[in-house]
Design a protein around this ligand. Structure first.
Ligand code: ADP
Length: 408
């Protein structure tokens, strides 16, 4: 079975086509600048030069049509015709309290995703455009939705409630949801396989450190707590997001700087984090480079960033009464040995003994970076959210009742 995985944003759309027999990626790519002139489609097939096509793509339906044309293209394509796509899986950021697992798309599911627009106004409407665009182009193909929040729906109320009047939870569902669930789920499973121990017996702390960043406490295979909150702004310091701060900073800044709520919101999401403290960049590579050249602001940004991860790890060890393994993943987590070293240097009390040479190794495979006698293992596990979306979609399509399978 071939499954097309779609991650639709408001003006962009990423895709990966999987052969589920081998779990190989047959082709992948992205469409950028949807709705603007000179939209760009970039298409990649292993061992072949990247293809770039510039054209006018005014909406998501046209974008999907272009992707399908490329996938079946005589020269650059990998499929004979579009009937060779048996299912489509979509990434959806917010599933609220409604979705605690991935589901196949039907009228009711679409209605429920719409109801969640308020909680993810930048993301969920774009995902819906992606779903509608696939429906328009592949009306008979089953679609599944995989939510960033679903994995964290196992959190107990003591982890997910905010200490504010409960009427706000009852009326508006204001609570912690957590994000990057697909990644925390995927790397915790990979880590258990690597450790050759049942996931159900493990206490894990997963650190997804990319442009966005979050930690999760995973107790016996289930999310017990996570650092992102009602939105992806809470928790760790990130590339351009502030992470945790005293909520009183918001009204104070509005008064002192005569800013609007929207301006402060934009400041906290787009102009804070590594970028604000370093004054240089939100990219960890540039921060480390500048720090090594003696830039004090870059050094402070790096130290704050690592310190917050270390604090969350400490908190989650207490939350679970122990930890078997700490896992680093995503762009920074997988690639920055300097960051991993800085985080781990404060964890010796818990029995973490980093092995410098192992930490410096680069590999696309899961690996241990602590010594063999370290009480707690620290692992680097490459994440693969698209593969998990493809696997969930595959499973849901296989489980479909026979009558639905015949007439989608
Ligand atoms: P996203 O959250 O957008 O999916 P990624 O997980 O791809 O982000 O992470 C992107 C970030 O990874 C970049 O901003 C960059 O800071 C960081 N990164 C990538 N390679 C390296 C590297 N070699 N060293 C340090 N950081 C890196």
């Amino acid at each position: 079975m071939n499954i097309l995985v779609i991650n639709a944003g408001s003006s962009s759309l990423k895709y990966q086509l999987y052969n589920m027999k081998t779990e190989d990626v047959l082709a992948k790519g992205r469409v950028e600048r949807i709705g603007m002139d000179s939209s760009i489609l970039t298409h990649e097939v292993d061992h072949q030069p990247e293809v770039r096509e510039v054209s006018e793509i005014l909406d998501h339906t046209t974008a999907i049509k272009k992707v399908l044309d490329m996938l079946t293209h005589k020269k650059f394509g990998v499929l004979r015709n579009i009937q060779d796509i048996q299912a489509v899986g979509h990434r959806v950021v917010h599933g609220g309290e409604t979705f605690s697992r991935s589901v196949l798309v039907d009228q009711n599911v679409k209605l429920e995703i719409r109801k969640l627009f308020d909680l993810a106004p930048l993301h969920n409407p774009a995902h819906m455009m992606g779903i509608a665009a696939v429906e328009a182009n592949l009306p008979d193909v089953p679609q599944a939705v995989v939510f960033d929040t679903a994995f964290h729906q196992t959190m107990p109320p003591s982890s997910f409630m905010y200490a504010i009047p409960t009427v706000l939870y009852r009326k508006h569902k204001i609570r912690r949801y957590g994000f990057h669930g697909t990644s925390h789920d995927y790397v915790s499973k990979s880590a258990a396989e690597f450790l050759e121990r049942p996931l159900e017996e493990l206490k894990l702390i997963t650190c997804h450190i990319g442009n966005g960043a979050s930690c999760a406490a995973i107790l016996n295979g289930k999310s017990f707590d996570t650092s992102m909150g009602m939105t992806p702004l809470e928790g760790l310091m990130m590339g351009t997001r502030s992470g945790d701060l005293d909520p009183a900073v918001v009204p104070f800044t509005i008064n002192k700087e005569e800013l609007t709520l929207n301006e402060v919101n934009s400041m906290l999401n787009k102009h804070s984090g590594l970028l604000a403290i370093s004054g240089i960049s939100s990219d960890m590579r540039e921060i480390v480079e500048s720090m090594n050249e003696g830039n004090e602001k870059a050094k402070l940004a790096f130290e704050m960033y690592a310190y917050r991860i270390r604090k969350y790890i400490g908190a989650y060890i207490a939350a679970m009464d122990g930890v078997d393994a700490i896992i680093f993943t995503a762009g920074v987590g997988e690639n920055s040995d300097a960051l991993r070293k800085e985080v781990c240097k404060g964890l010796t009390f818990f029995g973490v003994r980093l092995e410098e040479q192992r930490n410096a190794v680069r590999s696309s495979q899961p690996r241990r970076i602590t010594t063999d006698d370290s009480v707690v293992s620290v692992l680097v596990v490459p994440t693969n959210e698209e593969l998990l979306i493809a696997r969930d979609t595959y499973q849901l399509v296989l489980e479909r009742p026979a009558d639905e399978a015949e007439s989608p």
